[in-house]
Write a protein that binds this ligand. Structure first.
Ligand code: ADE
Length: 226
């Protein structure tokens, strides 16, 4: 079973995202374990401090190495981890191929940064991979860790009921997903395309492929160039 351990100074930010829907189902069915840890629990400081002023005198606070180093050491003593990932806007940009890779990698530790980030020595000596969820800055890495966890968990075999469903996502074949429709077939003046109601599976697949290509050309031509 895959296990994801998330290290944060604000564990409450992660109360919501895993409590419902597909991720919760994955946990309940025993396909994945998600553990959120408060880095403060490892602080040996008498006030349980987890940050300090930066050397060099710039503004803001920096997360200290000791509690993070001890948290990682404790987790690594208990089991093997495939990757120790730091969520940061200057990391490698998250993509579906990277998510696919991580979903079969094994156990993961995700470190969510806060304040001005973590002491560089944490990144140099413990982190195996740095990931950004996009070119914008969040107030902490927690929501990025939640995004990454969600994207990974839904790909773990057995988590999504219909196995096909994850494979036909946007991006899995390098294209955006085609439009989808459900009942009623007619809503006022708006009809579901005839071909989808034809019962001809080959025709339906061909239409979906054409729509996916058209949509990708219109919205994300960059995906076709890759
Ligand atoms: N922390 C702050 N901003 C982030 C981003 N865009 N991606 C990952 N971690 C972050």
């Amino acid at each position: 079973m895959t296990r994801i351990d998330i290290l944060t100074v604000v564990p409450r930010l992660l109360d919501g995202p895993f409590a419902d829907s597909i991720v919760q189902r994955g946990v309940e069915k025993g396909h994945v374990e998600i553990h959120v840890h408060n880095i403060r629990d490892w602080s040996t400081d008498k006030h349980k401090k987890v940050d300090d002023v930066p050397f060099g005198g710039s503004a803001g606070m920096v997360m200290t190495i000791q509690p993070i180093a001890d948290a990682i050491a404790e987790l690594k003593a208990q089991r093997d981890y495939a990757e120790i990932i730091y969520l940061t806007p200057d990391g490698e940009r998250l993509s579906q191929p990277l998510v696919n890779q991580l979903s079969i990698a094994g156990n993961l530790i995700l470190l969510a940064g806060h304040y001005k980030g973590v002491d560089q020595r944490v990144r140099d000596h413990f982190i195996t991979r740095e990931i950004s969820i996009g070119d914008y800055v969040l107030s902490g890495g927690e929501l990025a860790a939640a995004v990454l966890t969600d994207a990974i968990v839904r790909l773990i075999p057995g988590v999504i009921g219909d196995e096909m469903s994850a494979l036909t996502d946007s991006f899995q074949d390098g294209l955006l997903a085609p439009p989808v429709y459900t009942r009623p077939a007619v809503y006022g003046d708006w009809e579901v395309p005839e071909v989808l109601r034809s019962g001809d599976h080959a025709k339906v697949r061909a239409w979906e492929e054409e729509q996916a290509l058209e949509r990708t050309q219109a919205r994300r031509p960059d995906l076709l160039e890759e």
